[in-house]
Design a protein around this ligand. Structure first.
Ligand SMILES: CC(C)(COP(=O)(O)OP(=O)(O)OC[C@H]1O[C@@H](n2cnc3c(N)ncnc32)[C@H](O)[C@@H]1OP(=O)(O)O)[C@@H](O)C(=O)NCCC(=O)NCCS
Length: 279
């Protein structure tokens, strides 16, 4: 989609040359010239690159070894794009494996999101609603229109009211989220709504959602007078349903046709957790 526009601007398109999942383009009719790599956020190449970035930031000896590898490749006469890439390839592959293993072993951290997290939160939300639209009331087309400033304003208003957006980080990467908001007004202030529970696919089945849910429940408990948590789950979100039922939520109702796409309607279930019973 993007490539024809770039070609019209004078870029040469090399497609996924040398690296699967990364399109390479370059522009040589300008000084300086440009090299441009395009990849999908959250794709395999993206995840590996983020892991390598964080791994290198944490391991200076690997930075030196990588730099030496590059110098050696040139010294060995690998001065063309193709020969240089081929020469480095075994080292880069092994580095990527070490980085991925290290990233997977990093402890996750959960904390409330602030204005400064707006860009990362916007990217995560966009990815969630685009790749897995069913669980979210917000459509990708609507979400896309929200700027980073809008997202920062949303976080401010949530925190300024009686709510919070919790983020789950592995290394420096925001990989999960859940929001909570207390209802306003004296007759409904005992209720907290949970929304936007999401863990990025590459980080799933490691207990992150359970940890996010635990943190959200603890956060709600700290707000004096809160008695119950409520949320809705789309009928197709089986993993989420299982997560909540295991955590003690019960199904209290079903809203037929709660969500509507171009060609179908989707039911939602209403789930709730009473906080008074020692949970
Ligand atoms: C639902 C979701 C948040 C789970 O994230 P996760 O980090 O993989 O979940 P966890 O590893 O913490 O799993 C906790 C429990 O949830 C349940 N669960 C998670 N994934 C499941 C799956 N694919 N199938 C069945 N149960 C699942 C299990 O009971 C699991 O406990 P177990 O591992 O001991 O069996 C994630 O799949 C997701 O983001 N899905 C898309 C968005 C979504 O549906 N959001 C919910 C909106 S209401």
């Amino acid at each position: 989609m993007l490539t024809p526009s770039l070609v019209a601007l004078g870029y040469e398109d090399f497609g996924e040359i040398f690296v699967a999942g990364r399109a390479y383009l370059r522009k040589r009719d300008a000084v300086p010239g440009f090299n441009l790599a395009i990849t999908e956020v959250g794709g395999a190449f993206w995840n590996a690159s983020v892991a390598v970035r964080d791994y290198l930031l944490a391991h200076s000896s690997e930075v030196d070894a990588y730099a030496q590898q590059k110098r050696d490749a040139v010294a060995r006469g690998a001065t063309l794009f193709s020969s240089y890439s081929r020469d480095k390839e075994p080292f880069v592959r092994a580095l990527r494996d070490r980085a991925m293993a290290w990233a997977a072993s990093q402890p996750a951290r959960i904390r409330p999101l602030t204005d400064e997290d707006a860009e990362a939160l916007r990217a995560l939300r966009l990815r969630a609603v685009r790749q897995e639209p069913d669980p979210f009331a917000s459509a990708y087309e609507d979400e896309r229109r929200r700027t980073i400033d809008d997202t920062a304003a949303f976080l401010r208003s949530l925190r300024g009211g009686d709510g919070e957006m919790l983020g789950l980080f592995v290394g420096t990467e925001l990989l999960g989220m859940v929001g909570l908001r207390r209802l306003e007004g004296r007759r409904v202030r005992h209720r907290v709504t949970l929304f936007s529970m999401y863990v990025a696919p590459e980080a799933r089945r490691r207990g992150h959602a359970r940890a996010l849910l635990g943190a959200a429940i603890a956060n709600a408990r700290m707000r004096g007078g809160v008695e119950q948590l409520e949320l809705t789950v789309a009928a197709t979100s089986e993993a989420a349903r299982e997560l909540y039922l295991r955590a003690g939520f019960t199904v209290t109702g079903r809203l037929a046709n709660a969500l509507k796409d171009d060609y179908r309607h989707l039911d939602e279930e209403l789930l709730m957790l009473l906080l008074g019973d020692g949970r």
